[in-house]
Design a protein around this ligand. Structure first.
Ligand SMILES: NC(=O)c1ccc[n+]([C@@H]2O[C@H](COP(=O)([O-])OP(=O)(O)OC[C@H]3O[C@@H](n4cnc5c(N)ncnc54)[C@H](O)[C@@H]3O)[C@@H](O)[C@H]2O)c1
Length: 380
């Protein structure tokens, strides 16, 4: 039985804590929670008897006796707390994003690498979606052949002014280091890099549409991948009936994932063979199709307990010797983050950005954006 500590029991952390408390994670139990907000802490304690309460994460890590911690605090604090857990031998599952800047993620990953005895995971729950897992297998076996095109449209994260006016740390450079990309789209961007890797370079435009916020809620990106494939990524948070669609096209086939349905189209002849064999201006081939859906029961369970619980279960299974690997290692968190930093550098610097991203250049940009935001808020 693994004893868990949940650090940050706001919106997300309280879901993790309740799932653990109610015994929904095999081989795990909730023994302690920590939050800087005393009111929230006491309310949680009153409703969940027998759970130790801490206001300071250092004290919680040192005194609770927990073997594992889940971090669900705002992004800027993730790595500071994760590092503290790792240095104290406590296995740690951090909420996404890993942190805010690629420089800090690289520093954190060096700490984690120096402590392989401690498990460091990250909450990329969309990797548990069986359509993405199937797509991952196809990519790993090379079923699609040479990568030709990637298109990702994520316009279904509608967020109203009311959401932003609830205040707090969200949707600001100072509070969370960005907007739509770092908060909402980081999940899809993790999936994108998981399936096709990071691009060689990108060029982006970001803007704020119809909301009184200082960060972006609308982004368009053009990517260039190693090997020459191109990609487009479009995201926004102001489309009432949004789209969530991923297309990966290769020389030998294609994957189309649209919301809860996936189609894998395998070409009988590769595009190279078609092109070499035709003596007319157009060409085609027979195809085989396989359809995969998210699954109604899984969807229902996710609605009740949260898709995130699957990641916590796997994490506990690894600690209890029942699984080999977590859903995602913490260090993998740097990849989607690097993509996001590159988009901001390109959009706000007005230039093409190549990978790996220059962390010093990004820190400088973020510093400026934070300062401008402070002036803007003072002028309101
Ligand atoms: N995996 C997902 O699908 C998913 C969904 C929602 C949120 N999240 C992530 O979870 C994190 C928290 O988001 P939220 O919506 O729950 O935010 P929230 O503001 O509702 O909760 C954060 C909590 O952390 C507490 N806190 C802040 N600093 C602390 C510290 N140093 N030590 C202890 N407690 C501290 C706050 O008092 C608050 O109760 C974010 O990083 C967010 O990206 C992930």
């Amino acid at each position: 039985m693994t004893d868990f500590l949940v650090i940050g029991i706001g919106r997300m952390g309280s879901i993790h804590a309740k799932n653990l408390y109610k015994g929904r994670v095999r081989g795990a139990r909730l023994t302690a929670v920590c939050d800087t907000d005393e009111k929230a802490l006491n309310a949680f304690g009153a409703a969940h008897r027998g759970v130790a309460l801490y206001k300071d994460y250092r004290e919680a890590v040192e005194k609770s006796g927990a073997c594992a911690a889940i971090i669900a605090t705002p992004h800027y604090s993730h790595t500071e707390i994760a590092e503290y857990c790792i240095l104290h031998g406590v296995n740690v599952l951090s909420e996404k994003p890993e942190t805010v800047t690629i420089g800090e993620a690289r520093r954190m990953n060096a700490v984690a690498k120096a402590h392989p005895e401690v498990l460091y995971g990250i909450m990329y729950n969309q990797r548990t979606n069986r359509m993405y897992a199937y797509a991952k297998k196809l990519m790993e076996t090379g079923a699609l052949g040479e990568l030709r095109r990637v298109t990702l449209i994520v316009t279904d994260w509608y967020r109203s002014q009311f959401y932003y006016d609830m205040g707090g740390w969200r949707a600001s450079w100072n509070g969370e280091g960005g907007g739509l990309l770092i908060n909402q789209c980081v999940h899809q961007l993790d999936i994108l890099q998981w399936l096709v890797g990071l691009p060689e370079s990108l060029r982006a435009v970001a803007r704020t549409v119809n909301r009184n916020i200082t960060v972006e809620n609308d982004v368009a990106v053009i990517m260039r991948y190693p090997g020459g494939a191109t990609g487009e990524f479009v995201a926004c948070g102001h489309e009432p009936r949004g789209t969530n669609r991923l297309e990966i096209a290769g020389d030998k086939g294609k994957i189309v994932i649209d919301k809860n349905k996936m189609t894998y189209i395998a070409y009988e002849k590769s595009e190279r063979e078609i092109n070499a064999g035709v003596t007319k201006g157009y060409g085609s081939t027979r195809v085989k199709k396989k359809r995969v859906s998210y699954g109604c029961v899984r969807k229902l369970r996710d609605l009740i307990y949260g898709q995130q619980m699957r990641v916590v279960r796997r994490f506990a299974d690894v600690l209890n010797g029942k699984a080999k690997e977590p859903t995602a290692y913490g260090a993998e968190g740097a990849r989607a983050l690097e993509f996001i930093n590159a988009v901001y550098l390109s959009a706000y610097g007005g230039k093409e950005v190549t990978f790996p991203v220059d962390s010093g250049e990004y820190d400088e940009l973020l510093g400026k954006l934070k300062e401008e935001e402070k002036k803007h808020v003072r002028n309101l």
